[in-house]
Design a protein around this ligand. Sequence first.
Ligand code: PLP
Length: 389
Amino acid sequence: MKTVYLDNNATTQPAPEVIEAMMPYFTERWGNPSSMHAFGGNVARDVAHARESLADFIHAERPEEIIIEGCATEADNHALFGITAAWDRPGTIITSRVEHPAILGPCLRLRELGHTVVEIGVDGEGNLDMAAYEEALANAQGPKLVSIMWANNETGVIFPMYDIATKAKAAGAIVHTDAVQAAGKIELDVSNVPVDLLSIAGHKMHAPKGIGMLYVRRGTRLKPFTIGGHQERGRRGGTENVPYIVGFAKACELAKASHAAGDDRRMAALRDKLEAGLLATCPDSRVNGNRLQRVPNTLNISFEYIEGESVLYHLSDFGICASSGSACAAGSLEPSHVIRAMGVPFTAVHGSIRFSLSRYTTEEEIDYVLQHCPEVVAKMRAMSPFVKH
Ligand code: PLP
């Protein structure tokens, strides 16, 4: 059976060019970049080049502003705990209600440590409540940190990061953004958008899992996360994962080339075709999220009166991979916190499905989903206790 992979917000296929770039670092160039001899020194040079590509990808001023991390969760944790640990008194962290657990989890811990955490809500289309955000900035006590995602992993909704960061800076706050779902989909330019810290994961943009980075603008006070060796300028000790760093840098170079070649527009056109096709063939379906402010690869759609998970299982029988935001809690399926924060009606909350494309997605694959998804939805509806038969 063929596989149609439309779950690229969960993880992406490592690009063949990325694997090719990594291989020599397993077989020939496996030295330690910290060694004094040339065998290690050559590798250190390759890591330095890779760091330049990572910096270039987000238009950072200097490569030293990039800390290589083990994943985006680590980068997010480093940002939140590293900034607040440098404070001399409890402060205020302003975040959003629709962040990934990699932010919401650390925020819970920071609250336990005595800081104030303010979560800003969203409207029915997933847009950030900017009035509440400005009010939170104005009322914040002590040192301030804003941590708001650039794009949402479930709906793809893009937050106005320039506005968010500019307002935060005017209020004297440090700004972090989790840009994991924006990277490789829209331009990230820290020379224009005044964020102080930014997290990215390699595996959401065709590098392997287990590599991420944290951008830290020069002059930002950040405590180390792992204390040990001198690596990453003492901010994250541990021998560098050279093959993954080189692969991540290659993925960033490929993402730039893909953007220049217009892949984003092609992806958006396929996503729009999928959206229009499903809305036309599946009655009582609705798109979740602002359709005009979305990353080009994401479609979050609710099929009312049925469970998203049953749709996923049946799509999987056709080799179609998608996802739902629901999490299994205490033996029952909890609807996603993002969809709930948007106030999506009860009848649609459980039936939300996320399709997320990549630059490798083809029109034939979209046609295949359009051929099978409506029959799956119709079959589930025929069995639903919420539908009048
Ligand atoms: N932040 C966002 C917005 C994400 O979507 C994810 C992964 O889904 C993460 C952080 C965490 O990434 P990782 O699992 O690579 O640590």
